[in-house]
Write a protein that binds this ligand. Sequence first.
Ligand code: PPS
Ligand code: ADP
Length: 177
Amino acid sequence: MTGATVWLTGLPSAGKTTIAHALAERLRGEGRRVEVLDGDEIREFLSAGLGFTRTDRYTNVQRIGFVAELLASNGVTALVPVIAPYADSREAVRVRHQAEGTAYLEVHVATPVEVCSERDVKGLYAKQAAGEISGLTGVDDPYEAPESPDLRIESHTQTVQESAAALHGLLVERGLV
Ligand SMILES: Nc1ncnc2c1ncn2[C@@H]1O[C@H](COP(=O)(O)OS(=O)(=O)O)[C@@H](OP(=O)(O)O)[C@H]1O
Ligand SMILES: Nc1ncnc2c1ncn2[C@@H]1O[C@H](COP(=O)(O)OP(=O)(O)O)[C@@H](O)[C@H]1O
């Protein structure tokens, strides 16, 4: 089985996790081995102790990229719904995959910050607005949007299933499913 890493980058509440799980369910139904490397879970275990400085986010993204590549090179489709706000950290992950000959796709879940802050799944936008936290990606911390992602998903203009289908279509087009 051909594995691949599919990195879903985007702002908090953009829909990365929701879309990743919808795609995972579809791929599993087709008999594929899939892992979703969820940002929150990773931060509880693999990246416990890391915060949200530029350096810590870089380290977090490299660790996740390392694990994703190991999985992908062993036939797993590794879905990675992680913000990864800095272009250089995403590029380093892409280069590592390239060096190992492992497929890597970058997907920008490009939901506008206005929509994300309305969704506000974890209440982070409200906390930032209330002055309780700072350094929130896309609000008072940088988000460097990918310039040429393999796919851009406008989650605010389509359903979760439509977004998952678009991603599935990309995997088919690239011969990865
Ligand atoms: N300051 C700040 N900025 C951004 N995100 C924050 C922050 N504080 C906590 N969180 C929550 O942390 C979740 C995981 O972040 P990630 O590991 O994906 O971020 S990063 O790539 O290391 O930047 C991330 O999860 P998602 O909402 O699923 O994207 C946030 O909910
Ligand atoms: N079209 C859509 N695509 C993705 N998520 C959507 C959509 N419409 C509403 N949502 C909701 O937005 C929220 C996105 O949260 P989540 O997937 O955790 O985002 P992220 O992982 O990017 O932080 C979920 O509650 C989801 O149900």
